[in-house]
Design a protein around this ligand. Sequence first.
Ligand code: ADP
Length: 372
Amino acid sequence: MASVSEEQVLGALKSINGLENNDNIVSLGMISGLVVKDGNVGFAIEIDPKRADAYENVRKAAENAVDAIPGVLSVTAVLTAHKDAQPTQQGGPQQGAPQGRAKQMVPGVQHIVAVASGKGGVGKSTVATNIALALSGAGHSVGILDADIYGPSQPRMMGISGKPQSPDGERLEAMQNHGVKVMSMGFLVPEDTPMIWRGPMVMSALQQLMRDVNWGALDVMIVDMPPGTGDAQLTMAQDVPLAGAVIVSTPQDIALLDARKGLNMFRKVEVPVLGIIENMSYFSCPHCGERTDIFSHGGAHKEADQLGVDFLGEIPLDIAIRETSDGGTPIVVSDPDSPHSKAFRAIADTIWEKLSGGDQETKRAMPNIVMQ
Ligand code: ADP
């Protein structure tokens, strides 16, 4: 099969008019993040977000033009706000709104909380899932957005398989289990398909998972962030209207160094850090009940104090947590009376209190979200 080149894609896109100055979208410099891999093509069209409706036809025409190139297997074009877009505000100017960056709200979603970690494998997804389920158990309507598009865990942890439906052909219905809505790249792409997304395309894919999905009305959306503090995470922290971030860390020093990077990343983009959770805090022996501080327990608490961030709680290393999470029935739903479930619920309650304004300090630090 003929392999598709970037030149071919750009050539096809030159046939599409950009609505401005009667020129095409390539010459107008509107195409970014072009990725071509094995016949799969992705790119973003940078536009003034106020004109998103007008540009929907341009996006579709661009996809069709590229789709017509022999050898193209799939095309995904997304509209993104061009870099110098200024925030547009409804209801007059809002004090303290981040300058020069528009954060688009997700309709129907009240609070978006990122669960992040400085590095992989610290149990970020496990904690995100159990907190989401604890919030749901407390009567809040909750969704989980699995933003780890390279290694999505939520389908497995939430015990959901199958493909999301799109009754109107435009928006996907969120999947659901244990009373919580979930959307993940894992539902859309077979597990053995290599992800071609990188850089700006990661953000665009996430924007789609967030906005082109019917979440219904949510009190809280928990975002299971990709691990680490690279560009994708920074962009996300910056572009998603986050009410706050929770950092998951193990007690080891090295993990804490990474956690500190995560903390600084959110601070840099003025997202309030709601607190740190120490996961795999200590080992509780399932046979004798003895407690062993396997990763020098307590490091995250000390670190949180030093950094002036709240310590939200600690979760032990326990095989029951691993088995239930990896088996699709996280401990908060499968064994709600266990001490671990109680610990997750206490953390979830603290988070909710901070979100709903019980915690004045966090409330003051909340970013103003601008509508566009
Ligand atoms: P991350 O999202 O940080 O990469 P995961 O949540 O996927 O990490 O967890 C990695 C592995 O560790 C999973 O198999 C998970 O079940 C297990 N795990 C996470 N937290 C705990 C815990 N407190 N006790 C036992 N196993 C855990």
